[in-house]
Design a protein around this ligand. Structure first.
Ligand code: MN
Length: 243
């Protein structure tokens, strides 16, 4: 890592921590996984709460494996994929995923998969918190009511997208280029960012996100996940979404 990357990484980590402080309370950050010394610019961000913080909705073992193994693997693989591409190593994960056409064709699919995995999961941890759930407030709530009629209708549409995703992927609440809201689903680790949209809220429906506790009952996991959503974080992302 050169100095510029180090500064960028530190700045991003600091910003990420600062962004979480208002609602952090007495969070106990989970310890970083052992033996995860990757060579390359990207790093696994620390989980902003303990592995068991989202119990009983999402169990501690799932969180530990999901963060320390699955997310770490996306980070490690992304670093490997771009090891021979110094120009790409200078880019942020947002820059990479927002402009996949700028990535050489021979590694584009790998950056889409591994980089998308890193980006999506980095967001996912922050979209949840202990004692989350409830409903959005403020400008986001108004915009959602305008678009979906009410929270129940919004939830129905997101649940439909999440349960209807065949195989692995995500369901999202996104803001389009004019900040218009809609629900979409992406396959694998594809991210709405690559299609020019800002992901505000997303649920991982890969089996690794729920199988230990819910086995084949994806709908039960989705319903439980609504209890850990950090709507303050989502509202903040909506505020920052470029109009
Ligand atoms: Mn996942």
């Amino acid at each position: 890592m050169n100095r510029r990357q180090a500064i960028k990484t530190t700045a991003l980590a600091t910003a990420a921590c600062a962004a979480m402080l208002p609602s952090a309370g007495a969070r106990q950050p989970a310890a970083p996984p052992a033996g995860s010394a990757t060579v390359g610019p990207f790093r696994l961000p620390p989980l902003p709460y303990a592995f068991d913080a989202l119990e009983p909705h999402i169990d501690a073992k799932t969180m530990e494996i999901h963060h320390n193994k699955h997310h770490q693997a996306y980070v490690d693989n992304l670093n490997k994929v771009i090891a021979a591409y110094p120009d790409l190593q200078k880019k942020s994960i947002e820059e990479l995923e927002a402009n996949l056409n700028g990535v050489p064709a021979e590694i584009r699919a790998a950056v889409q998969n591994q980089g998308g995995g890193h980006y999506n999961h980095s967001l996912f941890w922050q979209m949840m918190k202990k004692d989350g759930g409830g409903k959005p407030t403020g400008e986001l709530a108004s915009a959602m009511d305008k678009r979906f009629k009410n929270f129940v209708m919004f939830k129905l549409e997101l649940v439909r997208a999440a349960t209807g995703r065949f195989g692995s992927g995500w369901a999202w609440l996104v803001a389009g280029p004019a900040r218009e809201l809609f629900i979409e689903s992406t396959a694998n680790q594809d991210t709405p960012l690559s299609a020019g949209r800002t992901p505000l809220l997303g649920i991982d429906v890969w089996e690794h996100a729920y199988y230990l506790k819910y086995q084949n009952r994806r709908p039960d996991y989705i319903e439980a996940w609504f209890n850990v959503i950090d709507w303050d974080f989502v509202a903040e992302r909506y505020q920052k979404a470029a109009a």
